[in-house]
Design a protein around this ligand. Structure first.
Ligand SMILES: [Zn+2]
Length: 340
């Protein structure tokens, strides 16, 4: 997908209803018969153009069972083997199903819109998606110039193993900055970083109020140093261990160190999925940490970043939702002061 015009950060690119969707209590497996049947019914009622769009969705290129004849998408559907069509549908569900985990029950569906044709970029994606029931909204995450490709991370960049597995299934090799970086980085560096992470994890219970063993921060700084040329690709910062380290430092009153950790985390994975998967927590904790230090300049900067991130990921309505209560409180306070 190529941008046909300049797109501003935060701008909504499209909003589309699912072609077919099912609502389920817990995450369904890809082989969900109900969804296959829904798609099948929808296809039988669709015109040629829509059927062609569905056919063009990517697949996992699974081996067709020998018992199934080849399905001819140009011939009338009712004269052909329906099991072959079911197999074709499943192939496309495998590669294109989206899950809306925000609703209860959860939604699993297939969209025939821009969202199904976006290419992957693990770290520099410029588009984020958001669900509203059976709708998907695409929003620009960065300034996108006319002619630039729209990309989205297919999965969380920090989950290297899941990422590689997904690419294998989609039958492609990712050449994004992160994948190239991981490919070129020496195994010795990777091993040393894993060792540092293991050490930090094992020493976490020793962090108490007043006492913070030097070795913990030394190991943390060593990880940053090993990837000092590419802090934004340092996925070690997005691990559970570092998140717990930041939280523990904050709770035990080691505010300066916790700011150091939060800032390093913030530098890594600044992309559409990263921002939704926890950077807000980081933003909020940074605001509190600077408040404790009475560093007002940085408090204001951190609040600004937090609001900017919210707008980029969810739109202005989310800012009103999250800050609405404070705005009402400030308003009431002003009225109270004037009344006195
Ligand atoms: Zn990649």
């Amino acid at each position: 997908m190529i941008a046909t015009e300049d797109i501003a950060p935060g701008q909504v690119i499209s909003e589309t209803k699912a072609f077919a969707m099912v609502f389920v209590a817990s995450t369904p497996p890809l082989e969900n018969k109900e969804l296959v049947e829904k798609v099948l019914q929808k296809l039988l009622l669709s015109d040629k153009e829509m059927r062609e769009k569905f056919r063009k969705l990517s697949t996992w290129h699974e081996k067709r069972p020998k018992s199934l004849p080849l399905f001819d998408w140009t011939a009338p559907f009712d004269s052909q083997d329906i099991e072959s069509l079911r197999w074709e549908i499943q192939e496309r569900i495998n590669a294109n199903r989206f899950l809306n985990n925000n609703t209860s029950p959860r939604g699993a569906g297939i969209w025939i819109s821009e969202v199904s044709y976006l290419n992957n970029d693990c770290i520099d994606g410029n588009v984020s998606k958001m669900y509203f029931g059976d709708k998907i909204m695409l929003r620009a995450f960065k300034q996108i110039k006319k002619g630039e490709e729209l990309t989205i991370p297919y999965t969380n960049p920090e989950e290297t193993f899941t990422r590689k597995l997904l690419f294998k299934r989609h039958n492609f090799e990712c050449k994004c900055r992160l994948c190239e970086f991981e490919e070129l980085e020496s195994p010795a560096i990777k091993a040393e970083i894993d060792e540092c992470l293991d050490f930090i994890k094992s020493q976490m219970p020793t962090i108490k109020q007043r006492t913070l063993p030097n070795t913990i921060m030394d190991n943390f700084r060593r990880i940053c140093e090993l990837r000092s040329n590419s802090p934004d690709l340092n996925m070690a910062m997005i691990t559970e261990t570092i998140a717990t380290l930041g939280k523990t430092l904050f709770e035990t009153g080691h505010v300066k160190e916790c700011i150091e950790v939060f800032q390093a985390v913030r530098k890594a994975s600044y992309n559409p999925s990263g921002i939704k998967n926890g950077l807000f927590v980081m933003d909020k904790n940074l605001i509190l940490a600077y408040l404790i230090l009475m560093d007002l300049k940085n408090v204001i900067q951190a609040v600004k970043t937090y609001i900017e991130d919210l707008v980029l990921a969810y739109g202005t309505a989310e800012v009103v939702k999250r800050f609405g209560q404070y705005i009402i409180l400030i308003f009431l306070f002003i009225i109270f002061v004037f009344w006195l």
